[in-house]
Write a protein that binds this ligand. Structure first.
Ligand SMILES: Nc1ncnc2c1ncn2[C@@H]1O[C@H](COP(=O)(O)OP(=O)(O)OP(=O)(O)O)[C@@H](O)[C@H]1O
Ligand SMILES: [Mg+2]
Length: 366
């Protein structure tokens, strides 16, 4: 998949600009705060229909503009396509693929991107939320229906949490608690099956990348961890649902007393290990970066298998965070697809990749 041309109007610090990308590596460079990440954000938006930096679309609109327009000519699934996103604060965001209206979820059927930013380097050491986010974004790209289940789960979760927090002031709220708990068990059972299946693929795809990357016999392990009563996350939805209900039953009282939701897929995590030792506790800084990079590159391989084309790889500010050996590994590994790399100085990266160089200054591209 490739983005050939991007035109933005009133987007972040861009008034209007058109950028032609090369089909291989594109190095986007310039000083701080000139608009490099904003370009990455625009491309991300074309694939996910939302930003990775904010939940509020109005923040994407240029301070002096009343609306924002992103238009792209892309090549995907062997044909030329156009994706257009129009953001008008106060109105629903409009998404058009080849002139036909689509939902944000449907975008993943047209364009896929994998984003890699410095936060991802902390994938191993940070809290479980970052690893869940990795699962959620990656699965959503290959299984659009997953996003719908996740939205429903989040809606029920917020509602149930509100009941658990407010019931002392308004005891009648407890009458609907069991209904929400049941809905959460049903949604969790679905999420768990998707997550278990994706984790198995991620493990399989990242082992060879990691072995090559670490240059030794180090063995990366990725194991999916969910609610304790679930004996087999690959079992049928019904079996998982019953096991979740057991957990729910035994925690009902504790939930009411603590005012917190104690059961469900919102606490899931990935157990990442190197040679059998928990990476979170034992891996060195270098080892955890190597593992994180391997996992992100594996995500790209899975998309290739799934769609037959490499997704666009977006590397925002990540190369400058890596030492020479790791930079070299990433640059050697990303052939075959289109990559957009941002960095503050060109740092000789374009020389090493032979790609296109794009200079950004104050919301203009040269
Ligand atoms: N809605 C907006 N309207 C106008 N300007 C905005 C808007 N949102 C962000 N900006 C500005 O865009 C500028 C560039 O942001 P961006 O994150 O792309 O910088 P960058 O080139 O990636 O910098 P760095 O090297 O520090 O990461 C910032 O100065 C920011 O204040
Ligand atoms: Mg930036």
């Amino acid at each position: 998949m490739k983005i050939n041309r991007l035109a933005v109007t009133g987007f972040r610090n861009y008034e209007w600009e058109t950028i032609d990308f090369g089909s291989g590596t594109n190095v986007i460079y310039g000083s701080n705060a000139q608009g490099k990440t904003n370009l990455i954000e625009a491309v991300y938006l074309l694939a996910y229909g939302r930003s990775f930096r904010t939940r509020f679309d109005r923040e994407l609109v240029h301070f002096q503009y009343s609306s924002s327009d992103i238009l792209a000519d892309i090549t995907s699934y062997d044909r030329e396509q156009t994706v257009n996103i129009q953001i008008r604060p106060g109105a629903a965001k409009k998404i058009l693929v080849n002139g036909v209206k689509k939902t944000a979820n449907e975008l993943s059927r047209t364009l896929n991107v994998v984003l890699f930013c410095p936060d991802d380097l902390n994938l191993i050491k940070d809290g479980a939320a970052v690893r869940r986010r990795l699962l959620d974004t990656a699965i959503g790209q290959i299984r659009p229906q997953y996003n719908e289940i996740l939205s429903e789960f989040n809606r029920l979760f917020e509602h149930k949490t509100r009941i658990l927090k407010d019931w002392r002031e308004k005891p009648s709220l407890l009458e609907t608690l069991d209904e929400f708990s049941d809905g959460l068990c049903r949604c969790s059972a679905k999420l768990i099956r998707y997550r278990a299946a994706y984790t198995a693929r991620l493990q399989e795809a990242s082992i060879p990348v990691h072995r090559e990357f670490s240059g030794s016999g180090e063995e990366l392990g990725i194991l999916y961890k969910t609610v304790s009563t679930v004996s087999n996350p690959f079992a049928s939805e019904k079996e998982i649902y019953y096991e979740l209900c057991d957990h729910q039953e035994s925690h009902r009282r504790a939930e009411i007393e603590s005012g917190q939701c104690l059961t469900g897929a919102h606490k899931d995590d990935l157990d990442i290990s190197i040679n059998g030792n928990a990476a979170r506790n034992f891996a060195s800084q270098g080892q955890s970066r190597t593992a994180a990079l391997s996992i992100k590159l594996a995500e790209r391989e899975i998309l290739l298998k799934e769609t037959g084309e490499y997704p666009i790889l977006l590397l925002d500010d990540v190369l400058s965070e890596l030492d020479g050996k790791r930079q070299e590994f990433v640059l050697n590994r990303i052939g075959g697809g289109q990559t957009l790399i941002t960095c503050c100085e060109d740092e000789g990266i374009s020389g090493r990749t032979g790609g296109k160089v794009i200079f950004v200054e104050q919301g203009r591209v040269k």
